[in-house]
Design a protein around this ligand. Structure first.
Ligand code: VAH
Length: 323
C-alpha cells in the first residue's frame, strides 16, 4: 500500500495533486503538507512543515510510513528574481533534504520514491526554441531556472550514486482555475480568463507573438502520476522529462477566448517578464516521455478555454481599480 506525502500541498499543483492521489489511493493514505494552515483537501491528514527542516520532514515520513514524496515547494521564476537567495535556498535545500532522506531510507531498506518538478525555465537563450529536444544546451538566466537545472543534475546524481528512485518532469506553464497562480511568468494565461469573465479587456505583460509551451492542469496531474506509477525499468531519464500539452502565444489564446466570449479584447504592455519568456522554448519535443512511459496530452486549446470559462471563479476587482 502506498502512503504519499505531498509537500507544497497548498500550491497551484499541490492541492489538485492531493485530490487526485486521494481518489487513487484513498484519502487516508495521502498526507498533505505545507508551511501555513491547511487548504481544503481531500487528504485525511495535514502537517504544517517547512521542507527546510530535514529532521521534522524525516520524522513525518517515518511516523506515517511514507512510501512516496512529492516535493513541490519552491519559489517560481518571477518571485525568485525578487528574492534570489531565498529561492536558491528553498528550491535547492528543499530538494536536497528529500534526496538525503531517500538515500538514508534506501540504506535502511525502506525505499522512498520521490517526485520533483523541474521546468522549461531550466532552458535558456542558447537552447533551440522550437520543438526543444530532451537533451540540449541548457543555459538558464533566472535563479529559478538555475535551481531547476542544478536540481535536475542532483536528481541524476542521487539516482546514479545512491539508487534513489527520483523522477521529474520539466513542467511547461500550467493553466488551472482551482487556486491562484503564484509568481510565474506564464501566469498571464490564467489572469486573462479572470479579465474575460469580468467583461474587461486584458492587458498582457508579454507580447502578442510570445509562444510558450503550456499544459492544462488535468493533463499535468495525469502526466505526474503516470510517471510515478511507471515501472522503474521504463524510466530512462533521471534528470527530468520534457512534457508538454500544447503551445500558444497570447494572441492565439485571446483569439480562442474571443471565439467563446464575443467582444473580448487584449492589449499588450510587455514588462520585465518578457525578458524571462524570451529565454524559454516556444514548444517542446516530449517524444522521449511518450515512448518511455506512454505520455500523451489530451486537452487542446479550445477545450481548455471552454473548461476555464466554465469554471474560473470571477475574482472581484481589487479595491480602487477603475470600475
Ligand atoms: C513560472 N509557471 O512561470 C512557472 C513555470 C514554465 C514556467 O515554471 O515560473
Amino acid at each position: 500500500m502506498e502512503r504519499i506525502l505531498v509537500i507544497g500541498a497548498n500550491g497551484q499543483i499541490g492541492n489538485e495533486l492531493v485530490t487526485a492521489l486521494a481518489l487513487q489511493h484513498g484519502a487516508d493514505n495521502v498526507i498533505a503538507a505545507d508551511l501555513g494552515p491547511r487548504n481544503p483537501f481531500a487528504a485525511a491528514h495535514y502537517e504544517a512543515i517547512d521542507v527546510l527542516d530535514r529532521r521534522l520532514v524525516a520524522r513525518i515520513i517515518d511516523t506515517y510510513g511514507i512510501t512516496q514524496v512529492y516535493q513541490l515547494a519552491a519559489l517560481l521564476s518571477v518571485t525568485g528574481e525578487q528574492a534570489p537567495l531565498k529561492a536558491w535556498s528553498l528550491n535547492m535545500d528543499g530538494l536536497l533534504n528529500i534526496l538525503e532522506i531517500a538515500r538514508e531510507r534506501n540504506a535502511a531498506g525502506k525505499p522512498l520514491r520521490v517526485f520533483w518538478p523541474s521546468s522549461i525555465a531550466a532552458f535558456g537563450p542558447g537552447t533551440p526554441q522550437d520543438n526543444t529536444p530532451q537533451q540540449t544546451v541548457m543555459d538558464p538566466t533566472t535563479i529559478y531556472g538555475i535551481s531547476k537545472l542544478a536540481g535536475e543534475r542532483l536528481c541524476q546524481y542521487y539516482f546514479s550514486k545512491y539508487d534513489v528512485d527520483v523522477r521529474s518532469i520539466r513542467y511547461p506553464g500550467i493553466i488551472s482555475y482551482k487556486s491562484p497562480p503564484g509568481g510565474g511568468t506564464t501566469d498571464y494565461a490564467i489572469a486573462i480568463f479572470h479579465a474575460a469573465l469580468r467583461g474587461e479587456p486584458y492587458e498582457c505583460y508579454l507580447s502578442a507573438d510570445t509562444a510558450l509551451p503550456m499544459i492544462y492542469m488535468p493533463d499535468a496531474i495525469r502526466a505526474t502520476i503516470a510517471l510515478m506509477d511507471a515501472s522503474a525499468d521504463r524510466i530512462a531519464v533521471r534528470s527530468s522529462y520534457n512534457v508538454a500539452g500544447l503551445s500558444f502565444n497570447p494572441a492565439q489564446l485571446a483569439d480562442a477566448i474571443g471565439r467563446q466570449r464575443s467582444g473580448f479584447a487584449i492589449t499588450y504592455a510587455p514588462d520585465a517578464r518578457q525578458e524571462i519568456a524570451d529565454t524559454w522554448p516556444h514548444s517542446l519535443d516530449d517524444s522521449v516521455a511518450r515512448s518511455d512511459w506512454n505520455w500523451q496530452p489530451r486537452i487542446a486549446l479550445a477545450a481548455l478555454v471552454t473548461d476555464m470559462l466554465a469554471n474560473v471563479a470571477v475574482v472581484p476587482q481589487e479595491v480602487g481599480q477603475a470600475a
